[in-house]
Write a protein that binds this ligand. Structure first.
Ligand code: FES
Ligand SMILES: [Fe+2]
Length: 373
């Protein structure tokens, strides 16, 4: 794998002024996607879900991380756990839609049952009628396979290979930028489910951290002049920001000071002063498809009317649809030979994009462990 990915990336590694973006194959190639699944999406803390969607013991949400079926579930002690979402008998996916499973996760195929800690509790008639545990079969060795998980406020992160540094260290450059938020007051007020988007997940990340497009793509939905924007490049925390003098608060448009922050690889949080937060769940599904959900939060414990909430949801829906059109067209453009060398990046507005792409390149070529953060 290493060699082919290395050669795909060698033009990207060369010095050009202005810098080139990642080559098209990084957004379209199956081999590149597989390399990402083994590195970027397995070795890092990947955002996998919203904790508030797992409120009660037994609540479970299936998802896909690095192309693998993963189950998030709340156990009897109120903790969120993650498992490979696969039965230990014939490896059927266990839970196929969000639901409360009660006290046991029961496989629909032959009724093997696991408790909420993943322990195998029943393997009915596996050794013949009324012989549930045949010789040589050790029930305790056939529990669900756990995945390392960390819940940070409302956001559930998983680390598939189990070797990432502790989350608080990993996320330090992002955490310090959310200073001043009283997380006890942060309340989810709604969720936008965009379903599947026909683009490579990296385009969604790149789009979020460059301010260059804002005044052109969002001219009718936002009022944030380009000149007031700047980029943020700080290890795994990449983003952009805009500082405006007037703040209009929850009821207004997007004419507010904002921080558009990401945590490598897939976590996005938008901080909109004075009182809103938006968090995006970006789930890569393959080289050219992903799913996205966005949760809206208030940060000062304010109570909004349904009408206000619907107004905010529809504003954000429109803003995101504008971005989705662009990222789908970025993907379509990758079919052209013109995109092979990756286009060019603004040294001023898109240095954050270049930094993101360098993290990707470092990760897939195996330099991640040495990477300075
Ligand atoms: S595959 Fe799950 S019980 Fe057979
Ligand atoms: Fe945008």
């Amino acid at each position: 794998m290493g060699n082919s990915v290395d050669s795909m990336l060698s033009p990207f590694m060369e010095n050009h002024t202005p810098a080139h973006g990642l080559p098209a194959v990084a957004y379209t190639g199956e081999n590149f996607w597989k390399a990402e699944c083994e590195t970027v999406l397995a070795q890092n803390w990947v955002c996998a879900g919203f904790a508030h969607e797992l409120a009660e013991p037994g609540d479970s949400v299936p998802t896909t991380i690095a192309g693998k079926p993963v189950l998030l579930i709340k156990n009897q002690r109120g903790e969120i756990a993650a498992f490979h979402n696969v039965c230990r008998h014939r490896c059927l996916t266990l839970v196929d839609e969000p639901k409360n499973v009660g006290k046991l996760i029961r496989c629909p195929y032959h009724a093997w049952a696991y408790d909420l800690d993943g322990t195998l509790r029943a393997s009915p008639h596996f050794g013949g009628t009324d012989k549930h545990e045949p010789e040589g079969f050790d029930r305790t060795k056939n529990s669900l396979v756990p995945i390392r998980v960390h819940v940070w406020h409302d956001w559930v992160f998983v680390n598939l290979d189990g070797n990432a540094e502790p989350f608080e260290e990993y996320a330090a450059p992002l955490i310090k930028r959310l200073d001043g938020i009283d997380f006890d007051k942060v309340q989810p007020i709604g969720i936008l489910d965009f379903g599947e988007i026909a683009t490579n997940w990296k385009f969604i990340m790149e789009n979020f951290i460059e301010p260059y497009h804002v005044q052109f793509v969002h001219s009718s939905t936002t009022d944030q002049p380009l000149t007031d924007h700047y980029t943020i490049v700080d290890g795994r925390c990449l983003g952009s920001a805009v500082d405006l003098k007037e703040e209009v608060g929850t009821g207004g448009s997007l004419a507010v000071s904002s921080r558009y922050l990401t945590l490598f690889p897939n976590f996005i949080v938008g901080r909109y002063f004075p009182d809103q937060l938006g968090v995006y769940l970006n789930i890569p599904l393959g080289p050219d498809r992903m799913i996205q959900k966005r949760a809206l939060y208030t940060t000062e414990g304010q109570v909004l009317s349904n009408e206000e909430i619907e107004g905010l949801k529809s504003l954000w829906w429109d803003v995101h649809k504008e971005d989705h059109e662009m990222v789908e067209r970025l993907q379509l453009g990758r079919a052209s030979p013109v995109a092979e060398s990756g286009g060019v990046l603004s040294p001023h507005w898109e240095n954050s994009v270049r930094a993101f792409q360098e993290l990707i390149a470092g990760s897939v070529t195996g330099q991640k462990r040495e990477m300075k953060t």
